[in-house]
Design a protein around this ligand. Structure first.
Ligand code: FE2
Length: 194
C-alpha cells in the first residue's frame, strides 16, 4: 500500500513516540493506509544524501536558506581577504592606525564564517567547499590592484560593508519567509555588527 504522507523521526524510538502522539490526537498511523511512519535514518532520500541534517523546515526551504547563507559566507570570506589585503598593503601617513584597524575588522569577519557555515548545516544544507565555490557566488569584488591609496582602501571597504549589509537584509527576508527564526536572529546580529 503506497504511503502518501510521511512522518519522519530520528530513529524507530522517535517513530514510536510520534505514533503514540498521533494516537493521542486521534490520528492513526498503523491503521490508515494513507499514513506511514519512516525513521529519518531509513528514509530513501536520506540514504542517498548522508550529509543532510535533521530539520523540519522542508526541502525547498533548506535549499533557499542554504543558497542565501552560502552567498553571505562567500561575501564574508571575500571581504575578510580584501581587508587583510589592505592591512598588508597599507602605506603612509596613517600606517599604524589603519593597519591595526583593518586587522581587527578582518578578525571580526573571519569570526562570522563558522557560525554562518554551521547554520547552513543545521538547516539541512551543505556549505562552501572551495575558493572556486566562493568565486561563483561572491558579490563583493576582488581588488588585485598593484597599489591602492589608503583613503581609497577605506572608501572601498565602507562600500563593500554596505554591500554585505544589503545581502544580509535580503537573506533575512528569505529565512523569515520560511519561519527560520534562529537564522533570522543570527542575521540580525550580523547586520548590527556590519
Ligand atoms: Fe598582520
Amino acid at each position: 500500500m503506497p504511503c502518501v504522507r510521511l512522518f519522519e523521526a530520528q530513529d524507530w524510538h522517535g517513530a514510536l513516540a510520534l505514533e503514540s502522539d498521533m494516537r493521542m490526537h486521534g490520528v492513526s498511523a498503523g491503521g490508515d493506509p494513507k499514513l506511514c511512519l519512516v525513521p529519518i535514518c531509513d528514509h530513501p532520500y536520506r540514504r542517498e544524501s548522508p550529509l543532510l541534517g535533521p530539520t523540519d523546515l522542508g526541502e525547498q526551504a533548506s535549499k533557499e536558506i542554504a543558497a542565501g547563507l552560502n552567498g553571505i559566507l562567500a561575501d564574508v570570506f571575500t571581504l575578510n581577504l580584501k581587508t587583510k589585503n589592505f592591512h598588508w598593503h597599507m602605506s603612509r601617513p596613517h600606517f599604524r592606525d589603519y593597519h591595526l584597524l583593518l586587522d581587527d575588522q578582518a578578525d571580526q569577519l573571519y569570526a562570522m564564517t563558522d557560525p554562518v557555515a554551521e547554520r547552513v548545516r543545521n538547516t539541512g544544507g551543505t556549505t562552501l567547499r572551495s575558493i572556486g565555490h566562493i568565486a561563483r557566488v561572491q558579490r563583493i569584488k576582488d581588488n588585485d590592484a598593484e597599489y591602492v591609496d589608503p583613503s581609497d582602501m577605506l572608501t572601498e571597504l565602507r562600500e563593500e560593508n554596505l554591500t554585505l549589509a544589503a545581502r544580509l537584509r535580503e537573506v533575512h527576508g528569505v529565512v523569515d519567509e520560511h519561519h527560520d527564526i534562529a537564522s533570522a536572529s543570527l542575521i540580525e546580529t550580523w547586520i548590527d555588527e556590519t
